[in-house]
Design a protein around this ligand. Structure first.
Ligand SMILES: Cc1cc2nc3c(=O)[nH]c(=O)nc-3n(C[C@H](O)[C@H](O)[C@H](O)COP(=O)(O)O)c2cc1C
Length: 314
């Protein structure tokens, strides 16, 4: 930077330039307004006056160092930060960048949901030579698939009496309570129609899970909802009652709170409606806890013994 500019900066920091320019604009605007009755002078005076006042506020406030050091112009930083996701999404992000779904995947879902054409001629836009790119090759002797309903068997005849042929597409665990009754009804109806399984989540089996009869995976967490005694410990008899329901195809043991490791989870009393309380087997309007750890076992071996208890309750 030239010496004269450095000297000027010492007396009148250049970072105040925009603020000072606003003040100068205010003076010129006022002058042209009063001297010549110019309407644009009035507009300029109003605009520059507002910016000058914003600058005064910026240098006087303390919480934001950027604004204190760069009055008026510093607001650009917050504005740009505010619209950063949109700028990324609309201008910078490529069609294949996934976070968590790429624009290409989202467009495909939108097109199919609207019944629009979802095929695009003239080849792929993917980089087919990129490391990790996967594709299907044509075969000169294609076979016929007997079914497009891809399923896997869970539970061998040796280890359990009711193995389950599960779809590879299922509905992941989301409790009644975190989802509304309408959502549970819709998901379970979908599971029924699609021939896949609906995971209850920790909140256990509610009456809404049973309306459409879609296959259920009953998730049992550290709160033992739906199979607990009054002290919140695992209750084998209560477990057996629900587990024998033919709609329940799988039991899933949730070991800990993935989103809150070491902390457990809390459902505040105000959210424990009678319907939620009924599904979980807890008193209504009372805080209900998912402890950080299980009380029925405390080691890998204990977990396997617990699983055996679940397989043969009573
Ligand atoms: C509303 C909501 C409730 C959830 N409840 C549970 C739950 O009770 N038990 C559980 O194991 N996971 C629960 N999850 C986690 C989901 O099952 C899933 O693992 C998570 O959302 C990550 O998958 P995604 O990336 O497809 O969303 C919940 C997720 C959501 C959004």
């Amino acid at each position: 930077m030239p010496v004269w500019l450095l000297k000027l900066d010492e007396r009148l920091p250049l970072r105040y330039s925009f603020w000072l320019a606003s003040a100068a604009g205010l003076v010129i605007g006022l002058f042209t307004w009063f001297a010549f009755g110019s309407d644009s002078g009035a507009v300029a005076a109003l605009l520059c006056g507002t910016l000058t006042l914003v600058g005064v506020h910026d240098v006087l406030q303390k919480p934001r160092a950027v604004l204190r050091n760069y009055p008026v112009i510093g607001h650009l930083r917050y504005l740009l930060e505010f619209i950063r996701p949109e700028i990324r999404q609309y201008f910078l992000e490529s069609d294949q960048e996934a976070a968590p779904f790429s624009r290409q995947q989202r467009s495909l879902v939108y097109q199919r949901a609207k019944g629009d054409a979802d095929k695009r001629p003239f080849g792929t836009q993917s980089d087919v030579s990129a490391t990790g790119h996967e594709w299907l090759n044509q075969s000169i002797a294609p076979t016929e698939l007997s079914s497009q309903d891809f399923r896997v068997d869970i539970g061998s005849a040796a280890s359990c009496t009711q193995p389950y042929s599960a779809s590879v597409f299922n509905i992941s665990a989301m409790s009644f309570g975190s989802l509304s009754a309408q959502a549970i009804l819709a998901l379970n109806a979908g599971a029924r129609r699609g021939g896949f399984a609906h995971d209850t989540g920790e909140g256990s089996v509610s009456r809404h899970h049973r309306v459409h009869g879609g296959d259920l995976i009953w998730e049992i967490g550290s709160g033992y909802f739906g199979c607990r005694d009054a002290d919140g410990r695992f209750d084998e008899a209560r477990f057996a009652q629900t587990a024998c329901d033919p709609q329940i195809k799988l039991i899933e043991v949730k070991l800990s709170q993935g989103a809150k490791p070491g902390h457990g989870g809390v459902l505040p009393g105000a959210k424990v409606t009678p319907e939620i309380a009924e599904a979980r087997g807890v008193p209504p309007w009372t805080e209900c806890n998912s402890p950080a750890r299980h009380s029925a076992f405390d080691s890998p071996l204990g977990l396997l013994q617990f699983v055996e208890r679940l397989r043969r309750p009573g």
